[in-house]
Design a protein around this ligand. Structure first.
Ligand code: OAD
Length: 257
């Protein structure tokens, strides 16, 4: 930890990429954790593809509304707050996330690169007009409950979730910004991701090839273990506050709590 603390204090640009594990301690299920993961309970091909939405819009919309309701009821955890504290302490900071919840924003970030979109930015599936979901938490659609998607105010087409589905390309502008940050930063954190989904999983490799110190925070091993300079084994909500406190003292974490 001492070497990493010194590196952090001297860093000009820190980039952090998070995955579902960063929101796990807020009660939001991850995708691939055995048993509790979404992909072990639901079929991604039934729910997270354009074909699935075309086939059964109510099933897909209901599932994402269930996930949006969970995100609305969740609170940022100590890991989110520690990342926000770090952002306030380094000269330049880039936050990249694969997550579609808004917990980083609610922890204080106003610029988040959502590589896989957001539950909070639905849009018309026909004319792409952004749709404003009702702010109140939707009636509790149970896992997989069918819920007819709203109709677009402009063209009447079915509104779709604002997330990137399997088989869809990522927003070019967002991906380019993430790749640029990975290539320019001094320290790249990969927090709470199984490092299995590309192009997100390529970002730590870009950072490492550009000479950055790559740090992984994860209770389990991932493919990144073999190349990360530091593998901090454990929960983000424990490790990150400890690291921020060691680098910048208690006031840093207090400011973010
Ligand atoms: P995964 O569910 O694949 O991986 C979650 C990772 O977080 C695992 O490696 C866990 O060990 C780790 N983890 C669990 N609890 C943690 C904690 N408290 N602190 C730190 N790490 C923890 O989720 P992602 O890697 O984010 O894509 O999945 C990537 C993409 O695959 C998602 O964005 C989604 C999914 O299909 C799309 O929706 C396009």
């Amino acid at each position: 930890m001492d070497e990493l603390v010194a590196t952090l204090r001297a860093a000009r640009h820190v980039a952090v990429m998070t995955g579902a594990g960063a929101s796990a301690e807020s009660g939001i299920p991850t995708f691939r954790d055995a048993m509790s993961g979404l992909w072990s309970r639901f079929d991604a091909l039934e729910l997270a593809t354009p074909e699935a939405f075309a086939r059964d819009p109510a099933l897909v919309w209901g599932w994402y509304e269930w996930r949006r309701m969970m995100a609305l009821r969740a609170q940022p955890n100590a890991g989110h707050r520690a990342i926000a504290a770090m952002a306030a302490k380094v000269p330049r900071f880039t936050l990249i996330t694969q997550n579609v919840d808004d917990l980083h924003e609610r922890a204080g970030h106003d610029a988040v690169l959502h590589l896989h979109g957001s539950l909070h930015r639905p849009r018309c599936s026909v004319c792409a007009l952004p749709h404003v979901s009702p702010p109140e938490i939707p009636a509790e659609p149970r896992n997989g409950r069918r819920l007819a998607p709203p109709a677009c105010h402009r063209c009447g087409g079915p509104v779709r979730p604002g997330v990137v589905w399997f088989g869809e390309i990522l927003l070019e502008r967002t991906l380019r910004a993430a790749q640029l940050a990975a290539g320019e930063c001094d320290v790249f954190f990969s927090v709470g991701t199984s490092s299995q989904v590309y192009p997100a999983a390529q970002l730590p490799q870009i950072a490492q090839h550009a000479g950055a110190v790559v740090v992984q925070v994860n209770p389990d091993r991932t493919a990144l273990d073999d190349s990360a300079r530091h593998n901090l084994r454990g929960q983000a909500g424990e490790i990150l506050p400890r690291l921020v406190r060691a680098a910048w003292g208690d006031e840093a974490t207090a400011a973010a709590s």
